[in-house]
Design a protein around this ligand. Structure first.
Ligand code: ADP
Length: 547
């Protein structure tokens, strides 16, 4: 028997329509690339998104399924493109401007982008590669006529002029909710970047999750500041979810230093902010220098890389801001787990609570998870056994754009490439990337755990651990260290520091010192390059195998 409920498609346009209609005077505040703070309302954003859709269709001949790219910071014009492009049935391709120029060319060509919208900041970047972008018919600079630069970009248009003469009298088209809405390429630490292709339905369902109390708890009571960029997994879904619940939005533009972020948190009375550990480190340093506090802020979401214990403690103990540790990936829209505490944790001490919060958190509804060994056997949820982490759910990729990477699913599950433990309550803890885990004598050693411990050693600024071939054990850990400025910390001191903090057989076989470590465009350690640097290196313990 079929249900007697209306079959209304879940479309991204319905989110902006809702916010424009029912939260019409709630503000969206942006620090612009041009300088000043810009403010308007969800009603204004709704009207201008429709002007964007009209201009795309009337002036640029954009139709359903065309890829329209952005190279832009978090700001109101970028938000209008999120809704205008996807709302009219085209696909918003958010390009990460921190990628190498060759990678940007690769993904724009792979996506066959028809138009690129760019912030003023990125004019030189695109000028340098414009002749290699064969599918692009127009470059739209996201500014007004007064700020238009002299540029060698071909077919260049001004955003405000493009949309300014459109009436805004426009009905969003209705189509199948499974239509593709947006495209985001993973950084591709190995091989070429691969495109995660989101849909209208998956995006709306993901937004519901962000708005649930045990998701990220976003609501109309919040003032939300995503420091996480809109080119990084859709700013973790915040642009959509904020419209779904009518939250006030604050966007930082290009200024992500501690002082600039603090200024917005304070002046706009931000209650919830989201970002990667690096930006929070900059904010915490700023607060320490100035003695400023965070009286309005209720919680901060930390994800993208593991939130260090010291960071969770600083926010909670010094500033009374609750940390929500979250894990996910571009291919998961991105939310997978959140580290909310449960009623049973209420009686724990502050430190014991942090013991739980350093884990990446428990699955949100609609994300199913399991950990398996290399033969696919499920591992126990005892908080100790590691396994490859597999996920499935309606906002998780079933494959990559244009079939890149082939059939990625394993029996209907997406392999995250992370290695994790799960405790009996379902809290997951990442111990490694599967390609980085060190396999020593058939047992797994977590490179991340070793790195986290090593950076606690005085004089160590940054640490990376990689597996090096060993004739007896297959692999043994090598610790690669960048010393803090002025430090002359040595191998023996570091190994002595680690003693007692890690299992004996995890102890690195050697320590090597380097001036700097390579990072990806999203700030993560580039282990492939480090392994390449040490490919001819022989461990001092290698000869033990002969014994
Ligand atoms: P990119 O590196 O391309 O930006 P993603 O943002 O999709 O890619 O990165 C996803 C990966 O980042 C995850 O698979 C995981 O390895 C890591 N990650 C994300 N959040 C966390 C977290 N809270 N703790 C540890 N690792 C995390």
């Amino acid at each position: 028997m079929q249900a007697l409920m209306m079959d209304r498609p879940l479309l991204i346009s319905s989110l902006i329509d809702f916010a424009a209609k029912y939260h019409s005077d709630t503000e969206i505040v942006s620090r612009t690339v041009e300088g000043p703070i810009h403010r308007y309302t969800w009603k204004d954003a709704g009207a201008r998104s429709k002007q964007v859709a009209q201009a795309l269709s009337n002036k640029l001949g954009v139709t359903l399924g065309d890829r329209i790219a952005t190279l832009a910071w978090n700001g109101y014009r970028h938000l209008e493109l999120y809704y205008g492009v996807s709302g009219m049935g085209a696909i918003l391709h958010t390009i990460n401007p921190r990628l190498f120029p060759e990678q940007i060319v690769y993904i724009a060509e792979h996506a066959e982008d028809k138009v690129i919208f760019l912030d003023l900041t990125f004019v030189p970047l695109l000028e340098a590669v414009a002749d290699k972008l064969t599918s692009v018919e127009a470059f739209v600079i996201m500014t007004d006529e007064d700020h238009m630069p002299d540029t060698s970009l071909p077919n260049v248009l001004c955003y405000e002029t493009l949309i300014g003469d459109q009436s805004g009298d426009y009905d969003w088209p209705e189509f199948d909710e499974n239509t593709a809405s947006s495209l985001c390429y993973t950084s591709g630490t190995t091989g070429n970047p691969k495109g995660a292709l989101y849909g209208h339905r998956s995006t709306v369902l993901h937004s519901y999750c962000v708005c649930t109390v045990d998701g990220l708890g976003l609501g109309s009571h919040d003032v939300v500041l995503p420091v996480v960029p809109m080119f990084h997994a859709n700013a973790w879904g915040i642009v959509y979810a904020a419209a779904m619940c009518g939250a006030k939005m604050v966007m930082p533009g290009a200024a992500m230093d501690g002082a600039s972020i603090y200024e917005l948190l304070d002046s706009e009375k931000v209650t919830l902010s989201l970002g990667v550990p690096t930006v929070w480190l900059m904010l915490l340093n700023h607060l320490q220098e100035t003695g400023d506090k965070l009286p309005h802020m209720d919680r901060t979401v930390i994800g993208g890389s593991a939130a260090p214990r010291s960071m969770i403690e600083a926010f909670q103990f010094n500033y009374d801001v609750t940390v929500v540790h979250a894990w996910g990936m571009t291919e998961m829209s991105p939310l997978g787990t959140t580290g909310m505490l449960r009623p049973k944790h209420a009686g724990l001490s502050a430190e014991q609570k942090v013991d739980i919060q350093v884990k990446q958190g428990a699955a949100v509804y609609n994300v199913d998870m399991k950990i398996v060994d290399d033969d696919g056997n499920a591992q126990p949820h005892d908080g100790v056994a590691f396994g490859n982490l597999l996920v499935r759910g309606p906002w998780i990729a079933s494959g990559y754009f244009k079939g890149e990477g082939g059939d990625v699913l394993q029996d209907g599950w997406f392999p995250t490439g992370d290695v994790a433990t799960m405790d009996p309550d379902g809290y997951m803890q990442i111990t490694d990337r599967s390609k980085d885990v060190i396999k020593s004598g058939g047992e797994w050693i977590s490179s991340i755990d070793l790195e986290n411990e090593a950076v606690g050693c005085p004089g160590v600024a940054e640490a990376a651990v990689i597996g090096i071939y060993h004739p007896k054990w297959d692999e043994r850990p090598l610790l690669v260290v960048v010393r803090s400025e002025g430090s002359d910390v040595g191998k023996d001191e570091i190994l002595a520091y680690l003693e007692g903090k890690i299992a004996k057989w995890w102890m690195p076989d050697d320590v090597q010192f380097v001036d700097e470590l390579p990072h990806t465009a999203t700030g993560k350690l580039q282990k492939v390059t480090i392994r390449e640097q040490f490919k001819d290196y022989v461990l001092p313990t290698a000869s033990d195998a002969a014994e």
